[in-house]
Structure formats: C-alpha cells, structure tokens
Design a protein around this ligand. Sequence first.
Ligand code: 13P
Length: 392
Amino acid sequence: MPLVHMGDMLRHAYEDGYAVAAFDVVSLDFISGIIAAAEERQAPVIISLAESHFEYFKFELLMSAVVTAARETSVPVAIHLDHGQSVESAIAGINSGCTGVMVDTSDLSLVENIRNTKAVVTMAHGCGIPVEGELGYVPGVEGEDAERHPGEVIYTTAAEAKAYVDETGVDFLAVSVGTVHGRMDGEPRIDFDRLSEINQAVGIPLVIHGGTGLSDDQYRQLINNGVTKINYYTALSDAAGRCIGENARVEGRAGYTAMVKGVAEAIRKEAARCIGIWGSAGKSGQLLSRCRPWKPVAHVIVYNTEGLVAEGVDEMMAVGRQVLSAIPGVTEVFTGHAVQEDAEYRHCWVVRFTDRKVIDSYRDHPDHQQFADQRFRPYAGGRISIDYEESL
Ligand code: 13P
C-alpha cells in the first residue's frame, strides 16, 4: 500500500533537492489524471483537497475515492487537507483519511496565527499526522483570475518564520515570496533572496502556494532554495475547462459524459509536465524504500454485557458511534452483534485509528473516558481488547 508518511516524503525531497507536486482535486477526473501522471513518471505525489472547494463536492465522498486511488496505485502518495481554517477542519480531514493537514490562519495576527497553529499541531501530532503552517499572505483564489482578487502580497520574513516554526512545531512551512493563487497576466516577481534567508533560518521543507504560471527557471530556483512541495490547481482546472469547451464546440447538443470526455487525459498531460520540471520523476522506488508505509490500526474489543436489555445495548452502541467517531484520529467506528448464537463474546467494537499514536491519544481523550466510564464499563462483562496494526 503506497500511502506513505508525508513527513518522510518531504524530508527526502528536501535532502535530495526536488519538489513533490501537490495537486488540488475537485472530481474523479482530477484524481484519475493525477494518479496516471504520477505512475507514468514514477513520481511521488500529494493529492490535496482545499477547504475553499468544499462547496463543489462533498468532502467525505471525494475522500473515499482519493483513499481508494492512493491504496491501489504503485507510487508513493500522501493525502493532504489544503487551507484548513480551524482545529475542527483538521480533525474532519484526519478522520476522513488525510495523512497531512494544512492550517491556514495566516490572515490573523502573528500571535493568533501561532495560537491556532499550535492547537492544530498538538492535536495532529497526537494522531501521527504532520502539519503545514502558513506565514505571510498569498493573495488570490485558486482557479480564478488573480486580478479579480487583488489583495496585497504580505511577504514572509525570516525572523518571523523562525519564531513561528519554533513556537508552533509545524513540520512544513508555506511561505509568501511573491506568488499569487489563480490565473495572472505575466510571471510573478519572486524574492529569491528572502526565500533563501527563510530556508536557512528554519531548515524545514518549504511550500509554495499559487504554483500556476511560473517559468521553468523560477520553479528550479524555488527548489534550490528549500521548496519541496508546490501547490498547483489553476492550470489543471483550465486544462479541464478547455477540454469541456472544445467538446461543447464539436458536439453541439451533448450530455454530461460527452462534455467531460478527455478531461482526465488533459489533466494527466499537465500534471506530468509539472512533475517533469519539478524533479520528482523517477523518485518513486527510492522514496518507497525510505518512507515508513502508512499503517492504520484497528482497536478491537469483543465483549458481553451485564444488566442491559437488547435495546439498551443498541442505544449504548449508537451513542458510542457518535461520540467516539468525533475523536481526533478515529476514521471509523463499527459496532456489531455476534452472528453465531453460541459465540463466547456477543458484541464488538472495531474502532479504526489513522495511526498507532492514536492508541494513546484516544485512550486519554476526555470524550472517550467519559463514554467508557459512564456508558460502557458499568455494563461491560467479560471482554478482550487488542490493537492490530494493518499488515501490508
Ligand atoms: P494555483 O491555483 O495558483 O495553482 O495555486 C494552487 C494552490 O496554491 C493551492 O493551495
């Protein structure tokens, strides 16, 4: 299963001098096109879902497809929540299967940005998940004309970056050095001296947002100065849009499938082009041997109850499913009754964790303790409890 630790992935890129593509997806065609490009180029890839796009699809639904695609492919993949704005967003991302999360509260004051970022880092690290923070401001909106969203670039400074990284413990830092999100006329002017200073000050993998529209030379200079993850969406979206426009012109009256024909292929082409420029092509094999594979854990309890009628057991299970599935790092709560009449244990919980670190953070979480103390343990009879790590 080539879902790998994103921290290992970006550390390798940082030390080896290349950048991993982080492509935002909004549909199945995006997922298929991006995975096809990564396989063709034998490159690691990050599939991102941006919170600003959640009005276009149901997050949990698209995540299921992303997780399936990531588990089926042969190249190393990480799944990332892009531009998450709160601890709640980060928990929703992790519990849906993200293996990395971004917290973007860069529009707040430095003090508040540090406070919010720290809260996300504490929660996510308790789940074994790395965090990307952002300092400075990259204006614009992914997929739209940059001049329609003309906010000022707020540049990241090396001194603030050092303080932010030290205080928050983020694993990767998104910096603002002159790029903008979205479509722009001409190339942006990038402050490479500033980027070099930031890189020397923080010494952790750096991230560029607003990856569309730079020259090949600009990409190379970014990578030479510590950039290991390039976020990219607008050019993929435009390639898809051109394909649909052409289908409409040629087909005239056409339905949905005729309109979107070729979209995945258009996305594959553009994604493969980027991977070629950013140096990650051919890194798949080496990276797979260096990265820890992602291994979820199943926390299994088989048990009997005492002093509860059947409806009481079902009610306790329903409350448990609701309460426990909201705890950070819990990706699924399954409750069941034994099929065999003579089974030694009549009921079970199978609580799936994103990572073995969640065994401790879940056990100590106040919502788990309250549920266990008030709803489960008073009625639990004989039981066996074991944690299983996924075998690959
Ligand atoms: P572009 O849309 O400019 O490629 O930027 C994407 C991005 O930064 C996503 O976070």
